[in-house]
Design a binder for this molecule. Structure first.
Ligand code: GDP
Ligand code: MG
Length: 690
C-alpha cells in the first residue's frame, strides 16, 4: 500500500460530501481568525510584555482541539462510522477482535502547507496490564467479591490464553514494551493494523517475515493519528473506543476515561437492537452527561426491512427507555447507515448488498431529505446515499455543539485575555502621550505601587486556594455521609427482607439512589467552585482597578478589566460505572447462597458494597474535584499574570525618561497603528460580550 495514497486520498467528491455537514464550523473558524488578527494588532502596538502575553493567547487558539468520542456496543459500527466521518473508508480496521482495548484518536487538522502525518501508539503500563491479566479486570474483582468463583475461573482461563498468545506474538520483548510509546512520522493501514487489530487466525503461528497484523494489538492502549482534512476549517479530534460489552468491564473504565476526555459523545446503537436491556450499562455511562453533549446515532438502518415505518417506532422505544432509566432524555437521535456513507464515499452505492440498496431506495422514496445535507443534489445515487446515511446530520450536530459549546467558551476566554491586553496597551499609550507635567497622576511611588500589586496577586491566589480547600473538604465529607447512609438504608432493607422472606429468596436493592445523591453532591460542588472563582476574579479586579487609579491616575474607563468566566465543571461520568448491585443476575444470587446466617449477610454486604462504592467517591474526589481546582487556579493565575504584565508596561511608561518617551512617541505616532489597535478593541469587545 502506497503511503501517500492512503493519507491523501480524499478526492473532490468526497471533500464535497464531507463539507456539506460541517458548514457551521466555518463560523467558529472565522471568529478565531478575527481574534488572531486582533492579537496581531496587540503584538504590533504593544511592548514586549504585551507581545509575549498575546503570543500565549494565540497559541491557545491555535492549539484548540474540540473532540468527540464514539461509544457503544461492540459491532454497532463505531469504527465504520468514524471512517465515514473522516472520509477514509478503510483507514481504521472494522470488525476487530473483541479482545482489543485500543482507544484510537484521529486528530484532524485543516489543510496546511508542509503538514506531515504522524502516529503514536502507547502501550498499557505494567500496573494496568497486571490488573487486566491477573484480576481478570474489574469483572474479576466483581466476581470475586460476589463469590462467583466459577465465572472467575472462566475469565482467568480466557485471560491466560490471551496472555500466552500475546507472548507468542510479541516474544521476549513483550514485558519490556509495557509502558512504552512508539512514534512514527507517517502512517498507513498496515501500520495501524499492526497496533490495533488482532488477527482472526489467533491459533495460527505467524509466518516468518509474514504479515505483521496485530503484532502489538494485545498491549496497545491508545493510538493517536495526526492527519489533515480538506473539509475541516478548524481542528477536530474524533475518538473511537473499543465498545462496552458485558464480559470485560475493564472496557467500561476505558470508555469512562474516553468520555471524560471529550465534552461531546456519540452513542452508536444498532437499529435492530437499539437500547435493548444490554445497553443499560451504556445509559448509565451517559446518564450524568448533559443531553446537549450526547448525540445518539442509530446505525445500520439499512438492515431494517422498512426503515420509514420502523424508524419512528425505534425512536419512540429509545425515548421510553431513556425516560425509564433516567438517561439524557433530550439527546438528539440521528438515524443512519455507516455502510451507505462508505458506499457514497467510494462512489459506488450500486455495489451495496441488494437488501441494503433496496432499503436505501425505499427509505429515500418515503422520507424527506434529512437535515444537514445542505445543497447536495440528492438525485445522484452517490449523493442520495450520503444524504440518507445520516452522516451530514451527524456532522452538523457535531459542528453546532462544538461551535456553540467548547468553541464559544474558548473564544470567550481568549477574547477576554486579548481585551485585557489591548486595554493595557491603550492605557500605556495614554500614559506615554500625556503631558509630562500631568503624567504622574498617582499618589504612590513606583516602588509602593509595585509592592502593592505583588501583594494583591499573592493574596488573591492564596485566598482562592484556601477557598478550594474548604470546598473540597466539605465535598468529601458530604460524599462520605451519603455513602454511609446508603449503606445503612440498604442493610436495614436487607434485614427486613431476610426476616420476611428468609434466605432463599434473593433480595435486590437499586443503587440508583446512591447515584442520585452523589450526583447532587457534585452539583453543589460545581456551584461552589464557580462561585468561588467568580468571587476571586471580581475581588482581584476591584483591587487592581483601585491600584491603577492610585498609581497611574487611570479610571476604570481608561483601563477596564474584563473578567474571565469560571471553567466548566465536568460531569460525574464515573458514577456510571457498574457495581455489584447493578448486576442482579446469577452471581448475585450465588453470593446469597454462600452466606450463612443473617449476620453474615449484613456484614458481608456492607463490606462488598463499600468496596464497590469507594471508587465512586475516590474518583469524584481525587480526579474530578482535584482537576476542577487545578484548572480554576491555573485560569486565575493566568488572569493575574496578564494584569501583572499590563501593570509592568504602565509602570515602565510612567517612569520613562525623556529619551525613551521620544522614542515611544516616534514609534507609536503612526495613526495606522492606533487605528489597528482600535479595530482590535472593537473585535475583542464584540467577542467578549457574547
Ligand atoms: N449493514 C451494515 N453493516 C454495518 C454498518 N456499519 C458497520 N457495519 C458492519 O458491522 C461490522 C462491525 O462494524 P465496526 O465498525 O467494526 O463496529 P464497532 O465494533 O462498533 O467498531 C462490520 O462488519 C461493518 O462493516 C451499517 O450501517 N450497515
Ligand atoms: Mg471498532
Amino acid at each position: 500500500m502506497n503511503v501517500m495514497n492512503i493519507s491523501d486520498r480524499v478526492g473532490f467528491t468526497e471533500a464535497r460530501l464531507l463539507a456539506a455537514g460541517f458548514s457551521e464550523l466555518h463560523l467558529l473558524a472565522e471568529d478565531a481568525d478575527r481574534l488572531l488578527s486582533a492579537l496581531d494588532a496587540i503584538e504590533a502596538a504593544g511592548d514586549d510584555n504585551a507581545s509575549r502575553r498575546a503570543a500565549r493567547v494565540r497559541r491557545q487558539i491555535e492549539n484548540f482541539e474540540p473532540s468527540v468520542t464514539m461509544i457503544g456496543q461492540i459491532k454497532s459500527g463505531k469504527t465504520t462510522l468514524v471512517n465515514a466521518l473522516i472520509g477514509q473508508t478503510e483507514l481504521l480496521p472494522a470488525d476487530v477482535n473483541p479482545w482489543t482495548s485500543v482507544v484510537t484518536s484521529l486528530h484532524l487538522h485543516p489543510e496546511r502547507e508542509g503538514f506531515e502525518n504522524t502516529a503514536s501508539f502507547r502501550f498499557f503500563d505494567e500496573g494496568e496490564w497486571d490488573r487486566l491479566v491477573s484480576g481478570g479486570g474489574r469483572i474479576g474483582e466483581l466476581a470475586s467479591r460476589a463469590g462467583a468463583d466459577e465465572e472467575l475461573e472462566k475469565i482467568k482461563e480466557q485471560v491466560a490464553q490471551m496472555r500466552e498468545k500475546s507472548m507468542a506474538r510479541l516474544g521476549r520483548k513483550f514485558e519490556m514494551l509495557l509502558g512504552q510509546q512508539h512514534d512514527y512520522g507517517y502512517f498507513d493501514q498496515e501500520l495501524v493494523e499492526r497496533y490495533v487489530c488482532l488477527g482472526d487466525d489467533l491459533d495460527e503461528p505467524e509466518a516468518p517475515g509474514g504479515h505483521e497484523q496485530g503484532r502489538f494489538a494485545d498491549i496497545t492502549k491508545s493510538a493517536d493519528l495526526q492527519m489533515q482534512r480538506a473539509a475541516l476549517p478548524v481542528r477536530l479530534c474524533v475518538r473511537d473506543t473499543p465498545g462496552v460489552n458485558d464480559t470485560f468491564l475493564m472496557r467500561e473504565q476505558i470508555t469512562i476515561r474516553a468520555i471524560r476526555d471529550s465534552r461531546l459523545c456519540v452513542v452508536v446503537l444498532s437499529a435492530h437492537q437499539a437500547l435493548s436491556s444490554t445497553d443499560l450499562a451504556l445509559i448509565r455511562l451517559i446518564a450524568h452527561v448533559k443531553s446537549r453533549d450526547v448525540l445518539i446515532f442509530v446505525n445500520r438502518i439499512d438492515e431494517l426491512s422498512d426503515p420509514s415505518t420502523q424508524i419512528p417506532q425505534i425512536a419512540e422505544s429509545i425515548a421510553e427507555t431513556l425516560e425509564k432509566h433516567k438517561g439524557p432524555q433530550d439527546a438528539q437521535v440521528i438515524f443512519g447507515s455507516a455502510l451507505w456513507a462508505c458506499a457514497a464515499l467510494e462512489g459506488d452505492p450500486g455495489n451495496l448488498p441488494p437488501s441494503s440498496r433496496a432499503a436505501l431506495e425505499t427509505y429515500a422514496a418515503g422520507a424527506p431529505v434529512p437535515q444537514g445535507a445542505g445543497n447536495l443534489d440528492v438525485e445522484t445515487p452517490v449523493e442520495m446515499a450520503w444524504a440518507f446515511s445520516g452522516l451530514p446530520e451527524l456532522q452538523s450536530a457535531i459542528a453546532e455543539r462544538v461551535t456553540n459549546g467548547v468553541g464559544a467558551s474558548m473564544l470567550h476566554r481568549a477574547a477576554a485575555s486579548g481585551l485585557n491586553l489591548a486595554n493595557g496597551v491603550a492605557a500605556t499609550n495614554l500614559i506615554g502621550s500625556a503631558d509630562p507635567s500631568g503624567r504622574d497622576g498617582g499618589d504612590l511611588t513606583a516602588r509602593e505601587a509595585r509592592a502593592r500589586m505583588d501583594g494583591i496577586v499573592a493574596d488573591a491566589g492564596a485566598a482562592l486556594k484556601k477557598d478550594f480547600d474548604a470546598i473540597l473538604d466539605s465535598f468529601s465529607e458530604r460524599m462520605n455521609r451519603v455513602q454511609d447512609s446508603f449503606l445503612e438504608r440498604a442493610t436495614s432493607s436487607l434485614i427486613v427482607h431476610l426476616e420476611k422472606f428468609g434466605e432463599q429468596s434473593p433480595w435486590t436493592y437499586d443503587p440508583a439512589g446512591l447515584r442520585v445523591l452523589l450526583s447532587s453532591s457534585h452539583k453543589v460542588l460545581a456551584r461552589k467552585c464557580t462561585a468561588a472563582f467568580d468571587k476571586a476574579v471580581r475581588e482581584a479586579a476591584e483591587q487592581i482597578s483601585e491600584l491603577y487609579a492610585r498609581a497611574f491616575g487611570l479610571g476604570p474607563d481608561d483601563i477596564p478589566i474584563t473578567l474571565p468566566r469560571a471553567p466548566q465543571v465536568p460531569p460525574p461520568v464515573s458514577l456510571g460505572r457498574t457495581i455489584a448491585l447493578d448486576l442482579q443476575g446469577s452471581w448475585w444470587k450465588r453470593w446469597w447462597l454462600q452466606r450463612k446466617g443473617y449476620h453474615a449477610y449484613a456484614e458481608g454486604f456492607v463490606e462488598l458494597i463499600r468496596a464497590e462504592t469507594d471508587p465512586f467517591v475516590q474518583e469524584l474526589r481525587d480526579d474530578l474535584a482535584e482537576g476542577v481546582r487545578t484548572e480554576a487556579c491555573e485560569e486565575f493565575d493566568s488572569f493575574l499574570n496578564e494584569q501583572l504584565s499590563v501593570f509592568a508596561s504602565m509602570a515602565q511608561m510612567q517612569d520613562a525618561g525623556a529619551d525613551e518617551l521620544a522614542a515611544f512617541v516616534s514609534e507609536n505616532a503612526p495613526r495606522e497603528r492606533n487605528e489597528q489597535l482600535k479595530t482590535a478593541l472593537e473585535i475583542l469587545n464584540g467577542l467578549a460580550a457574547r
